[in-house]
Write a protein that binds this ligand. Structure first.
Ligand code: RFL
Ligand code: PHB
Length: 389
């Protein structure tokens, strides 16, 4: 088979890119290792920046997002008995939208057929070939036989564990990495949220986050040592822990209920540079990972995809290859700033096992400073709401 662009991975990055290319009449095929239900079963991001909402609007796939997404004008940082409200609307004139990654992915998946976007699910043993050349190709196994796709470009949207980055790493590129000593244990439950805005809490027992998916569905997290197992955390233990870490005010409003999903996600900061090698471009988690504290992962995938789509469209519509050459620098400029923000918010809101009284005093001093400074709150707000694309 022959196409112009072969996209690996049908997560949010791969589907957004596929739709953006198809909406301009450019041929592409998306290869996905898993089945559609697996992709929809992963509970991940919840907070969307403008860049992500704008892509859905440009595709005309934002009807449900507009109807069901919750507009948030602020969020809260809790420490001790204190609560700092970051008024993102007043400080930046913008807002974020709370809408689950699962729902966004569903909207993109359901539009495949109508928009003529071809996605091959359950494609096994996907392998990239000749990525340094102008005629790369991809092979995969399905229905008991091997298939080959010849193309002009490959875009790796296959997440942190996919084969695309490894195809570059074998010949070029540098990885920058920080692994954290804890993970986030998440619980999803059909109960009303304890607060109408998100609360990120730094408590002596550890970090907690109160988030949501809707007025009737809550998403909460507590940090746990990486060695911990989900089985060690029956629902009641998580609810008890949340009630302590989120503080008495939020605890009074927590409604408990059975979990409909529960998982532990390790925390990592990771950047692979450059994000292009020859005819292979990397987008989203395939190129970088942020700890979830800044709610940046999906939104960075969206800005990568926007830059990649612009570059590919310039190439195929105008024969202009400059934006392909500039893709990596452009994407990385935004990626590094989001990495810095996610890392610094993680540092501020978590208790690191190696920290002593000095590091703890630094956290308190920084939180006190943020509480008293509009400038500090503005810096947090403009990063949280998303830096310009
Ligand atoms: P994905 O979503 O991992 O999708 C990659 C796809 O590639 C497929 N794949 C392969 N396909 C073919 N062949 C192979 N060999 C393949 N190997 C893998 C996979 O099956 C999958 O379908 O990457 P993508 O598209 O780059 O999207 C990135 C986002 O999913 C991720 O950054 C966010 O979920 C991160 N994140 C958050 N981001 C936000 O912007 N806001 C948030 O509030 C937020 N909260 C979170 C998060 C991530 C979390 N976890 C679990 C890591 C909260 C959590 C707990
Ligand atoms: C979520 O709702 O899953 C969520 C919200 C904010 C974050 C991370 C995750 O920073």
């Amino acid at each position: 088979m022959k196409t112009r662009i072969c996209i690996i991975g049908a997560g949010p990055a791969g589907l957004m890119l596929g739709h953006l290319l198809r909406s301009e009449g450019v041929d592409c095929v998306v290869l996905e290792r898993a089945g559609p239900d697996y992709v929809l079963g992963r509970i991940r991001a919840g907070v969307l920046e403008n860049v992500t909402v704008d892509i859905m609007a440009r595709l005309g796939l934002d009807a449900r997002l507009r109807a069901e997404g919750l507009v948030h004008d602020g969020f809260n940082l809790a420490y001790g008995e204190r609560l700092i409200r970051i008024d993102i609307a007043a400080l930046t004139g913008k807002h974020v939208v709370v809408y689950g990654q699962t729902e966004l992915t569903r909207d993109l998946m359901e539009a495949r057929e109508a928009r003529g976007l071809e996605v091959v699910y359950e494609a096994a043993d996907v392998a990239l070939h000749d990525v340094g050349s102008d005629a790369p190709y991809v092979t995969y196994a399905k229905d008991g036989r091997m298939h080959r796709i010849d193309c002009r470009f490959i875009v790796g949207c296959d997440g942190f564990h996919g084969p695309s980055r490894k195809a570059v790493a074998a010949v070029a590129g540098q990885a920058f990495e920080k692994v954290y000593p804890f993970g986030w244990l998440g619980i999803l439950a059909d109960v009303p949220p304890c607060n109408h805005e998100l609360i990120y809490a730094n408590h002596e027992r550890g970090f907690a986050l109160a988030s949501m998916r809707s007025e009737t569905r809550s998403r909460y997290y507590v940090d746990v040592p990486v060695t911990e197992k989900v089985e060690d955390w029956p629902d009641e233990r998580i609810w008890d822990e949340l009630a302590i870490r989120l503080g008495p005010e939020a605890a009074a409003h927590i409604v408990r209920g059975p979990s409909i999903e529960k998982s532990i996600a390790p925390l990592r900061s990771f950047v692979f540079a450059p994000m292009r090698h020859g005819s292979l471009l990397l987008c989203g988690d395939a190129a970088h990972i942020v700890p979830p504290t800044g709610a940046k992962g999906l939104n960075l995938a969206a800005s990568d995809v926007l830059y990649a789509a612009e570059a590919l469209l310039a190439f195929f519509k105008r024969g202009d290859g400059d934006a392909i050459i500039g893709y990596s620098d452009k994407a990385l400029a935004r990626v590094w700033k989001a990495e810095r923000f996610s890392w610094s918010l993680t540092r501020l809101m978590h208790r690191f096992p190696e920290d002593g009284p000095f590091e703890r005093a630094m956290q308190v001093a920084e939180l006190d400073y943020i509480a008293s400074s509009r400038a500090a709150q503005t810096a947090i707000a403009e990063n949280y709401v998303g830096l310009p694309v």
